[in-house]
Design a protein around this ligand. Structure first.
Ligand SMILES: [Zn+2]
Length: 459
């Protein structure tokens, strides 16, 4: 493990960096004990807390082991989401807890509309609006984009993948898997790149990120040279909403609920939901980086891929194996918040491990650091924050050898808006990742070029 960087960081699914001043200003010091009503529905009454004391990844991992989710990481404090019982266990570890304000009231004093964003955040897209927007993009750029329903969420909503690619054949390539190979021609398939969003329900800005990508690739094709070249020479997949049920639940009352998981019931428990980003089938539940308790924010599910949404996307990724070769070479899974670029592994503190050579780690770090330079995020290995297991990045790399990153988007801290930044920031904060996304696309055909080893690995 590397020493902590001086900047604040935040991990898979949550984030961090609340400026202390901001936290102090926000801390209305609601006594945590005032809501310590245990019981089956206790998990519905979660709060965000600033926890002062944990300084090392091992200490943060121990806090996460209570079942709380670690939302943000600072040098000597963290932000967690916890129910009363989890908070009490953290307190007994000797740390100081301070309740943070709940989700903002963005109602503008107007009556909330069920299953929609509060009036002040109307520019965010609920599920129906997002699907309509995507259909409009596809209608506007039919030669570049198409959509497929790759499966259903637990509650039966479509999970879709949008395919974006130009008609130009890259280096004489056929479409992956096309019949071209029948005549013995070796098809040089276009490298494929996957962008996924919204594993965690309350991280709504990530859906906007996916919508931005569709718009940008569509509208800039034929105008912007970098975009045109990448759309022509890559197959770009965008899965804009991995957790539509959770996202809709988060806004179902017309105001925010700070919901994280999916909405799948759990046997023998009144607590709903699996943390999708602990449910992937690689070292699932191996290492103290997820919880076996249904009430936990990081509940890993009853088994790997037990969440239908994870199964759907895993099956989709596996379907991109053509003639024994995974066509997807690189990926970004978008989360909020903390402004981080993270790479695997999350299950171990070690930089290299079985399944991660030094060259692989170096390519991850080189491209990750370069992307972070363009968007101003902080680059680091995921486990520098704390241990996680069963995450999408660990699975995409460990199981499918896809160079997979997690972006923790805006803001940097809880005090700056946490999971609910106002809709005024959408345009700025999605465009902020334009260059990083293009960098990943440009590196996707040979990630090892970044460390000067193209000859060794990519010829
Ligand atoms: Zn997340």
């Amino acid at each position: 493990m590397r020493p902590p960087t001086p900047r604040f960081r935040r991990p898979n699914g949550r984030v961090t960096t609340a400026a202390i001043a901001g936290l102090l200003a926000l801390a209305v010091a609601t006594p945590a004990s005032s809501n310590s009503t245990p019981g089956p529905d206790a998990r519905e009454r979660v709060h965000e807390y600033e926890v002062t004391g944990p300084r090392t990844a091992a200490q943060r991992t121990a806090v996460a082991a209570t079942g709380a989710s670690v939302d943000a990481v600072r040098r000597d404090s963290i932000v967690i989401t916890a129910d009363a019982g989890q908070a009490e266990r953290v307190r007994r570890m000797g740390y100081l807890l301070r309740v943070l304000p709940g989700p903002p009231d963005r109602g503008d004093g107007r009556k909330p509309t069920p299953f929609d964003f509060p009036p002040a955040d109307a520019k965010y897209h609920n599920y129906k609006e997002a699907m309509a927007e995507i259909d409009a993009d596809i209608a506007a750029y039919p030669s570049l984009m198409s959509k497929q329903v790759i499966g259903k969420s637990y509650e039966g909503r479509d999970i879709i993948a949008v395919k974006i690619t130009g008609s130009a054949k890259a280096a004489g390539a056929a479409q992956p898997g096309a019949a071209r190979e029948a005549d013995g021609e070796k098809a040089a398939a276009k490298p494929e790149v996957l962008f996924t969003a919204h594993q965690h329900a309350r991280e709504h800005l990530t859906v906007e990120m996916a919508l931005y990508l569709l718009k940008e690739f569509g509208s800039q094709y034929g105008k912007d040279a970098r975009v045109t070249k990448m759309v022509d020479s890559r197959v770009i997949w965008v899965v804009p909403d991995l957790n539509p049920d959770g996202g809709e639940y988060d806004i179902a009352s017309g105001s925010y609920r700070s919901w994280r998981k999916n909405r799948q019931p759990n046997n023998g428990s009144s607590s709903r939901g699996t943390d999708l980003n602990r449910n992937w089938d690689y070292k699932w539940g191996c290492c103290g980086g997820s919880s076996g308790s249904t009430g936990s924010e990081t509940y890993r599910g009853s088994g790997p891929e037990s969440a239908p949404e994870v199964k759907v996307v895993s099956d989709f990724v596996r379907s991109r194996v053509v003639n024994g070769k995974q066509q997807i070479k690189a990926a970004i899974d978008f989360h909020t918040y903390s402004e981080l670029v993270l790479w695997p592994f999350g299950w171990t503190y070690d930089d290299t491990a079985p399944g991660m050579t030094q060259d692989e780690r170096d390519a991850f770090a080189k491209v990750g650091t370069s992307m972070a330079r363009s968007n101003g995020y902080t680059p680091e290995q995921s486990s520098d924050l704390y241990i996680t297991d069963g995450t999408i990045d660990d699975w995409l790399w460990g199981n499918q050898k896809i160079f997979a990153y997690t972006f923790e988007m805006y803001p940097s801290s809880a005090g700056a808006g946490g999971f609910y930044p106002p809709d005024e920031v959408i345009d700025r904060e999605t465009a902020r990742n334009r260059d990083a996304v293009l960098q990943l696309l440009e590196n996707a055909d040979c990630m090892y070029r970044s460390i000067g080893k193209e000859q060794q690995y990519c010829t």
